[in-house]
Design a protein around this ligand. Sequence first.
Ligand SMILES: Nc1ncnc2c1ncn2[C@@H]1O[C@H](COP(=O)(O)OP(=O)(O)OP(=O)(O)O)[C@@H](O)[C@H]1O
Ligand SMILES: [Mg+2]
Length: 302
Amino acid sequence: MTSLAPDPRPRPDLPPGLERLRGHIVVIKFGGHAMVDQGLSRTFARDVVRLRQAGVHPVVVHGGGPQISAQLDRVGLRSTFTAGLRVTTPEVMEVVRMVLAGQVQRQLVGLLNEHGPFAVGLTGEDAKTVTAVKRYAQVGGERVDIGLVGDVSKVDPGALHSLIRDGRIPVVSSVACGEEDPAYNVNADATAAALAVALRARLLVVLTDVAGLYADWPDTRQVIGQLTAGQLERLLPTLSGGMTPKMEGCLRAVRGGVPVVHVLDGRVPHTLLLHAFGPAAATGTATAGTGATAGTRIVPGP
Ligand SMILES: Nc1ncnc2c1ncn2[C@@H]1O[C@H](COP(=O)(O)OP(=O)(O)OP(=O)(O)O)[C@@H](O)[C@H]1O
Ligand SMILES: [Mg+2]
């Protein structure tokens, strides 16, 4: 059996951004939109295992927007988005849970486990890891009911810590226990952020299908290289689509004590190792902004 123990010896060969995170938890959100290509998913899985083998403790949270939409189409259910969140009827919720936990999570677990018995999949319902309360969307100052969509209200990281201690890589689907309803569909960025805070992660990496946060969306010429939490908070009301919950999550993570969040282009192979663990990530110098693939970095500050 493959050894789960990371090599404890110093590794001068590792990039400094990786070396300084050895022994620490990092949460990596793999967006459903970045996951449509099997080759990219395989590369991602290999990179996550490399982190693990270097002594970092990765926790993976995955999305599944396109995969859920495809299955809803197949079964003839329609769903819409309000403020970047999927309106979730009980019928849609069944599909969400089935696709996330039964399809997307299984695929990622399988790809990670091609390298050894590392990955264990769970949803926020398992061991009551994530609890949520009903969330309403805000549209033009109005509160809109979007069904079984939840906002994380509580995280119990016990099961995740056990898995991490055991040398495993938890792979979490963003379905949560409900306080009023049986289960909630939670945006995966929000789940990743809440887990990063509860696990005292040293880093949150969000892999998506764009080069980062564009300054003037839908114009894609300029990526914002770095933002402080304060700058991001002021920008939030101007954002749209999936970027709204994503950036809310990033803000929540940094305000909750995660020292840095990287939003990276998951369509670029090895972007995780290159940009979240490379030399620039270690020194804090913003390569971001100078090259499209370095993404957007969010750090504490006014
Ligand atoms: N300012 C912006 N900069 C970049 N992307 C933006 C911006 N505003 C809106 N977007 C949209 O946000 C999308 C990313 O969020 P989305 O929720 O669609 O993907 P994801 O979170 O990576 O995947 P999933 O939701 O399946 O986990 C981009 O593809 C783009 O269409
Ligand atoms: Mg999203």
